[in-house]
Design a protein around this ligand. Structure first.
Ligand code: M6R
Length: 360
């Protein structure tokens, strides 16, 4: 069942190239370079989108906000389901709620869906499990087609959610007229070559993760830093590390470090920085230097040709714009996986956690 892999988590990380291919199948016309999402055809572009989810699915939603706002100019509010459900929420009939859930059974996310429907607002569901409660109760359901995810730590499901959020941003961007032809072409060309690119880099990424995991497995705490669309990825990297290796980790927006958390930095408190070759790089670099000035050790996930002096630069291939996330994500997942495995933890069944959280 594990297909020769030691754990389901590892198998699922390595399935991501196929997941991307499957998510795109039938949704992109490669000759006309157009996206078709029939699931959304009956729903107008929302005035405002409320993305509601938990855990990793929430991080996918935070990442998707960047694309939806930038390419479709749809204002997006992203909220944790357990907060959304108990807030005196303001919803306009022209708004839409998008619930994201791998299992489609998460209690808080399902409750949020029901609240939205009581308010008379349309609900779209981004789900992986066919026929799940969320899939049945949403006005429209978009299946992520990632295949069964067995490991408690969600990996390939987030990748599939990100592909679908990308397609939604392209689809709505076309409808609102906000999306430029150049961006559309860049995104689709990048997506097209992504499965092959990932397939090629994953083994080397794992080797690098293994080396770093051994070096840093004694750490008691970790910071994960990122800016822009890399901020949600920093949160996800920290979540993965804590849930399977039980090492305390905090994800932070790089620019927030100096507003308090930097006080924690010392030589035993390492930072995992997302320092890609994009327009925010100079800002991230200066945040990294602030950490180094406090003698904090740095692993920096970066791209070839980037000038950065850190303890452990980890270079991954370039990808256009926010599509780089599809290469960042498996690196973060593999680092957590290798750390947990090296520490002898029960990777697929971490203590105190269930795959699907069906209670509040
Ligand atoms: O099935 P869902 O996507 O609704 O699950 C949400 C969270 O419970 C889930 O992502 C959780 O955070 C994972 N264990 C993270 O790896």
């Amino acid at each position: 069942q594990k297909g020769g892999y030691k754990h389901f988590m590892l198998k699922e990380i390595f399935e991501q190239p196929k997941v991307i291919t499957d998510c795109l199948a039938g949704r992109v016309d490669w000759n006309r370079m157009e996206v078709t999402l029939p699931e959304l055809a009956a729903l107008p572009v929302p005035k405002r989108l409320h993305i509601v989810a938990c855990g990793t699915s929430y991080h996918a939603g935070m990442w998707g906000k960047h694309l939806l706002e930038s390419w479709a100019r749809v204002p997006v509010n992203v909220e944790i389901a357990s907060e959304f459900r108990y807030r005196d929420i303001i919803l306009d009939p022209a708004d839409m709620v998008l619930v994201i859930s791998q299992s489609g059974e998460t209690a808080d996310t399902l409750a949020a869906l029901r609240i939205a429907r009581e308010h008379g607002v349309k609900v779209a569901g981004l789900c992986n499990v066919v026929g799940s409660s969320i899939a049945r109760e949403a006005d429209a359901v978009i299946y992520t087609q990632a295949g069964p995810e067995i490991s408690v730590a969600s990996t390939k499901a987030m990748c599939s959610q990100m592909v679908l959020l990308t397609l939604m941003a392209l689809h709505w961007g076309r409808n609102t007229g906000a999306l430029s032809e150049t961006v559309r072409a860049n995104v689709l060309q990048t997506l097209k070559k992504l499965p092959g690119q990932l397939e090629t880099v994953l083994p080397a990424m794992r080797d690098e993760a293994q080396v770093l995991a051994r070096t840093y497995s004694k750490a008691k705490s970790f910071f994960y830093l990122g800016r822009g669309h890399c901020f949600p990825l920093a949160l996800e990297g920290a979540l993965k590390l804590k849930e399977i290796s039980y090492i305390h980790a905090e994800g932070y927006a790089s620019g927030e470090m100096k507003h308090g958390p930097i006080a924690l930095i010392d030589p035993d408190f390492p930072t995992f920085a997302l320092a890609l070759n994009d327009e925010l790089f100079p800002k991230v670099k200066s945040n990294i230097e602030e950490v180094q000035a406090r003698r904090g050790k740095i692993i920096a996930l970066t791209n070839p040709g980037v000038e950065l002096k850190v303890d452990h630069p980890w270079s991954i291939p370039d990808a256009w714009g926010p599509m780089a996330a599809f290469l960042v994500l498996p690196a973060l997942q593999l680092f957590s996986y290798e750390t947990a495995d090296y520490l002898g933890k029960d990777v697929d069944q971490p203590r105190n956690l269930a795959k699907s959280v069906t209670v509040e």
